[in-house]
Design a protein around this ligand. Structure first.
Ligand code: PLP
Length: 393
């Protein structure tokens, strides 16, 4: 091997320079400790509703174990388009405007890879879901984060988008209700944002994964506003509202030409989503509303409890309008987000995620997931209150 390059040097540069997810590192640490109460995990604590699991088992019993069309089962695409029209107020043709993907994660990656050339810029709001920035970088384009703030309830203001636009701007990513802040946009805020996208000729990727979990100010998807359908990919999935993270199943709706481009990337990288996950998704859309609403009611109660308790503990916390995250400020403690999370874990065995795991704009905050039992929420917030109190002495 003398004279040959190290493996490290042979890894593609744009991948080598990517940081590992801050959440992963933190939870590797948590997994080595006993008795930790975790508000860290970004997935439902509910198991997938039984009727969906049963439909999956039945699909296997019937021997449904093959590939499907690259686009996904036609019957599922029909259900997705029906659901999107009802839920989001936009109609799509299941034959050519809908693609079944392996999670919203894959849908986002496909859209970015299908759209981006090396000099293109992608505007997105931070703090944001951890994959947006690296997914843009892996598509060889430039991520342009726009900081949202607690003072503005973490909404993305149209003038912020305007300020970030350059001749290279091509795509705007939007995710409301938001991970990690729980922020949501009301009708007029979405309307104004849509006007900015149209006015600046931006393509829009709207990540609707938490949409069902909206507790206040529900509004149609950005895709439903005038001039938007033809420039938007609506990404949605089953992981959160239907508690189906492990099924890895989602879908994308958008203009036929763009869905066709995404389908080509999908065809050569993934081929198709798992057929049994597709059958499960079909059951979720057909008969899953009742169990989904029951989970939403439970999240809403937990939200009310966690927000009250965090504020009582001396951490300013906006009431999140959606998703299942509270994002309190920890500035009053004088600690950085990472210090707060590390010391809380060490001293009180409570896991929360440092806000900076979601981008620099998350500094001064931590993410507390309330996809945890009420008992865990109460124990964790009691310990947080003790921790904050002890910091004062
Ligand atoms: N988008 C957001 C905003 C998320 O928070 C997550 C998961 O946490 C995903 C996408 C990934 O979803 P999926 O499981 O469908 O890949």
């Amino acid at each position: 091997m003398n004279g040959s390059k190290s493996l490290h040097d042979r890894i593609a540069e744009h991948v080598r320079v990517l940081p590992r997810s801050g959440i992963r590192d933190f939870f590797d640490l948590v997994s080595q400790m006993d008795d930790v109460v975790s508000l860290g995990i970004g997935e439902p604590d509910f198991v997938t509703p039984w009727h969906i699991r049963e439909a999956t088992i039945y699909a296997l019993e019937k021997g449904h174990t093959s590939y499907t069309s690259n686009l996904g089962l036609y019957s599922l695409r029909e259900e997705c388009c029906r659901y999107v029209e009802e839920q989001f107020g936009v109609s799509y043709d299941p034959a050519k405007e809908c693609l079944i993907t392996v999670g919203v994660s894959e849908g986002m990656d496909l859209a970015l890879r299908a759209l981006l050339n090396p000099d293109d810029e992608v505007i997105y709001h931070e703090p944001s879901y951890v994959s947006y920035n690296p997914s843009v970088a892996m598509a060889h384009a430039t991520p342009v984060p726009v900081a949202t703030t607690a003072e503005d309830d973490f909404i993305l203001k149209p003038q912020q988008v305007q300020g970030a636009v350059t001749p290279q701007s091509k795509v705007l990513i939007s995710n409301f209700p938001n991970n990690p802040t729980g922020a949501s946009l009301n009708y007029s805020q979405k309307e104004e944002l849509a006007k900015k996208a149209v006015g600046n000729d931006l393509l829009v990727l709207t990540d609707e994964i938490y949409s069902e979990l909206t507790y206040q100010d529900a509004a149609p998807s950005l895709a439903a506003f005038p001039g938007m359908k033809e420039r938007t990919v609506l990404l949605h999935g089953f992981s959160k509202a239907f508690a189906m993270t492990g099924f890895r199943i989602a879908f994308a709706c958008g203009p036929a030409e763009l869905i066709e481009a995404m389908m080509k990337v999908h065809q050569y990288s993934m081929l198709c989503a798992s057929v049994i996950a597709q059958e499960a998704a079909q059951e979720a859309l057909k008969n899953g509303e009742k169990s989904m609403l029951a989970m939403r009611r439970e999240y809403e109660q937990r939200r009310n409890v966690i927000v009250k308790r965090l504020n009582n503990a001396g951490l300013d916390c906006m009431t999140p309008k959606g998703a299942f995250y509270a994002f309190p400020s920890i500035r009053s403690t004088g600690l950085s987000s990472k210090e707060f999370a590390a010391q809380l874990l060490e001293k009180k065995k409570v896991a929360v995620v440092p806000g900076t795991a979601f981008g620099q704009a998350g500094e001064g905050h931590v993410r507390c997931s309330y996809a945890a039992s009420m008992e865990d929420i109460e124990i964790a917030t009691d310990r947080i209150a003790e921790f904050v109190e002890e910091l004062k002495s």
